[in-house]
Unconditional design. Structure first.
Lengths: 267, 261
């Protein structure tokens, strides 16, 4: 156990130090990412205004709050991508990582977790700018802040598990980009990334309750922006833990048969 | 005339190369289908709430979406691959090979690559546009078709100019991938008509990255919203951007020093 803690702390420190070096590149990347929520925000606040100020319980102000918090949650959702897995398997780089005494997923999790600290730091001025431009209405309690802070890390872990699972399809076939795109399409609709899930038709909301996507996006945002009861907040965290456990178990099973498939070419 | 012959030859090579990998067409088609589906879901969510968005009806927005997909296909088949190759050439010093050829260097670097299967999006965009126009049940005059094609062509030239200018920054700072990412973000905003955006963003989308002229203006031509003034303005802007792109390219070229090649 101590071995793992030391490994995580060291990897995170390395990743923080190296990503701080690329702060300008990181910034351009984040600014590029901001256009997506701004588009949704503009479209939906236009609709809310056309409907006399409220649509589906959201005002232009609460939409602004939703999509500004969205930008942080989106950044927390960035993990080692399936395309990265594809590259890692195709090029044979995985061979080297298999030599290590630890499952390669640990170094992924630690590296991106360290990066998140840089991302959060860089995000703050952007949040100030967006707040100044779009004037969000937000009203938070301490409990919401605490749950939000836990939930963004829960989201990070769930998405790491999911995308690693998807990426590991590359062990069996190499034409995977279409599968990845399909996955991202589903996630866009069912996670609350496109619109708050409460604006979706009821059957989509029911469906998303049984899927992991909403716990990576809608739940963390709604925890801070919406008005959930303390019980709902903690249930949400419980659901996140459940999905992390499910994801990790699947990962374990798939990984075992996947490594047997793997034959490195070079690397 | 020589330049057109050059472009045509490269185009043929590109097409022949890509025709070897036919399965890619189906993969491309699947990917287009996914992006169309998510776009349609977005539209249906909007029109589940209201019956027009800032004065644009559902069919009109469908036309905007069609043009956006079509133009995206043009960018990814003809513009982006060339500019990415140019970036790598500047980075690796291999631009020497293009510069030592007797043809005009700007033309050469702009026509070397062509991704044939990306034209799937052009096709898909045209189909969506066709559906939108049928829904609008407007008679298509010859003038309308001509102004649509002209607006489309000017839009493509404008986007090419912006890409070339952005890529030319590589002569000074080498790493421009993140700026490309920024461009893609702004292009995504063109999915909706620019008139819905707040002023500062609309200005950026008109003059910085002219998505307004690349997507909204052709869509306006198709939906009978276009005024002769905005057509004339688009023409003026196109000429201006072409001159600017040429200037930036020549200026950048001066600070290019081959590395090792």
């Amino acid at each position: 156990m101590r071995r793992y803690v030391e490994f995580y702390l060291a990897s995170m420190r390395v990743s923080i130090l190296s990503q701080i070096q690329y702060r300008v590149a990181n910034y351009f990347y984040m600014i590029g990412m901001i256009t997506e929520p701004v588009i949704y925000l503009v479209v939906w606040s236009t609709i809310a205004r056309q409907q006399g100020g409220v649509t589906g319980g959201y005002t232009p102000g609460t939409f602004a709050a939703y999509y500004i918090v969205w930008t942080l949650v989106r950044n927390m959702n960035i993990v080692f991508t399936p395309y990265g897995w594809e590259w890692r398997i195709r090029e044979g780089n995985l061979s080297m990582e298999l030599m290590r005494p630890m499952h390669p997923i640990h170094s992924d999790i630690a590296f991106f977790a360290g990066w998140k600290f840089v991302v959060i730091l860089l995000w703050l001025p952007l949040a100030v700018f967006l707040t100044w431009v779009f004037k969000p209405t937000i009203d938070v309690t301490w409990l919401e802040v605490v749950v939000f802070f836990l939930a963004i890390w829960g989201a990070y872990l769930i998405r790491t598990m999911l995308l690693s699972l998807i990426g590991m399809i590359t062990f069996w076939t190499t034409r995977v980009s279409a599968i990845f795109e399909l996955y991202f399409g589903l996630e866009l609709i069912l996670s609350g990334r496109l619109v708050p899930l409460t604006l979706m038709p009821p059957w989509v909301q029911n469906l998303s309750a049984y899927l992991p996507f909403k716990w990576t996006f809608f739940f963390p945002i709604d925890a801070l922006v919406g008005s959930m009861s303390p019980r709902e907040l903690w249930t949400g965290i419980g659901m996140q833990v459940l999905w992390i456990v499910i994801g990790a178990s699947f990962l374990n099973v798939v990984w075992r048969s996947a490594v047997r498939q793997f034959s490195a070419v070079g690397g | 005339m020589n330049l057109f012959k050059l472009a045509w030859t490269y185009l043929r090579i590109g097409v022949l190369n890509e025709l070897q990998y036919r399965v890619n067409f189906f993969i491309q088609l699947l990917q287009s289908a996914i992006s169309v589906a998510t776009g349609l879901i977005g539209l249906s969510l909007v029109f589940g709430q209201v019956n027009n968005l800032a004065g644009w009806s559902q069919s009109e927005l469908l036309a905007v979406m069609g043009v956006h997909i079509l133009m995206g296909g043009v960018i990814r088949s003809a513009i982006q691959p060339n500019m990415e190759r140019l970036m790598n050439d500047v980075l690796n010093g291999t631009l020497d090979f293009a510069l030592t050829k007797p043809a005009d260097a700007q033309t050469l670097v702009s026509v070397r690559e062509f991704r044939f299967w990306q034209l799937t999006d052009v096709l898909v965009g045209l189909v969506i546009l066709g559906i939108a126009v049928t829904q609008l049940q407007e008679s298509m005059g010859a003038l309308q078709v001509v102004s649509f094609l002209a607006a489309l062509l000017m839009g493509a030239i404008l986007l090419y100019c912006v890409w070339l200018m952005v890529t030319s920054i590589a002569f000074w700072v080498i790493r421009v991938n993140e700026i490309v990412n920024l461009f893609e973000g702004l292009y995504a905003a063109g999915r909706w008509p620019v008139s819905i955006y707040p002023d500062w963003l609309r200005t950026g989308m008109t003059f910085l990255v002219p998505v307004a002229f690349a997507v909204t203006v052709p869509a306006e031509a198709m939906t009978n919203r276009l005024t002769p003034e905005s057509m004339l303005f688009a023409f003026g802007l196109t000429v201006l951007f072409m001159l600017m792109a040429r200037g930036v390219w020549l200026l950048g070229l001066r600070s290019y020093s081959g590395a090792s090649a």
